[in-house]
Design a protein. Sequence first.
Length: 367
Amino acid sequence: MQQSFSFWQQTRKRLKKNKGAIFGLLIIFIAVVVSILGYIIAPDGSPNADLQTVEIQAKKPGYTQQFLKIPDRIKSWGGTWIDHLFKGKKNHYKLIPISGYKIKSDSLLINKFIDEDTSVVQYYSIGDLTLNHPENFIAQNIITKKYWLGTDKFGRDILSRLIIGTRVSLAVGLIAVLISLTLGIILGALAGYFKGWVDEVVMWLVNVTWSIPTLLLVFAITMAMGKGFWQIFIAVGLTMWVSVARLVRGQVMAVKELEFIQAAKALGFSNFRIIAKHILPNILGPILVIAASNFATAIIIEAGLSFLGIGVQPPQPSWGLMIKENYNFIITHNPMLALMPGFAIMLLVLAFNLLGNGLRDAVDVKN
């Protein structure tokens, strides 16, 4: 126990000295905080950040637009703060883009924005707009919004969808890693410990699975289960367990021959106890390394599947789906619409790779 504690102390010290790993941890921590508080910090806190204003589609970063805010006459229950945190807050108003307005008696005359050169004159009753509470009418009903990263082809705020999309990438990575670790550790440990026919069956499954191209296998699993948010988690996880199983099998075979394992067998400990209490804790370092690597791989696979249209489905924001929806703008006037989610994918994958490299060096895992 003392040796194990000392080992993890040394590992933590070596990890702290690795600037790349610390940078990766910082990026991952920021991503986790952003994903949890997404609907609170996003400029568009509506469900899926899906507030569409087609008149201002494909605007460049920093675009500013004035709106007329028209409240709903009948407000439905908005849900609890927990609903707002995890699902967003439904807007009880409609936004109309305007290029100017005038107040005439008890009426509001607006120039509804159509495009840069076109507007349409419309009239509204101030009493109707304020629900017969005209105090501070201008401050409450005439608002200005700034789109820091621009808008997509549906007029949605790119920054808000990037923020909410962080949840998808982290969730896919987490669930996929949990599935792959569970299957890989169980099958790899059984194959490495018992050998014989158990090892042959497990390695046959590993070799067959590994012989199929990853994207093709995910395609097949996704088509079998259907498109959707949770289906993509399972599909990605079921394709990543083979690397974990091979690693665990090799590590178990090596540790199994050590003296303390032989002593545990001589004391009459059960096979389950030897594997769970004595072998797996001693190979945790390599498992953490491959978990970080698989996390990065899962993010890339999810983005690729969403880009191809069989991953996360609209209107739920996904970085891969955002690239798909806006990649045509790369060769036109606003390439940032597709490049920004690409940069986000690159940064998060880089963070997990740096963390994986740092863990590898810290636990002294040999390639």
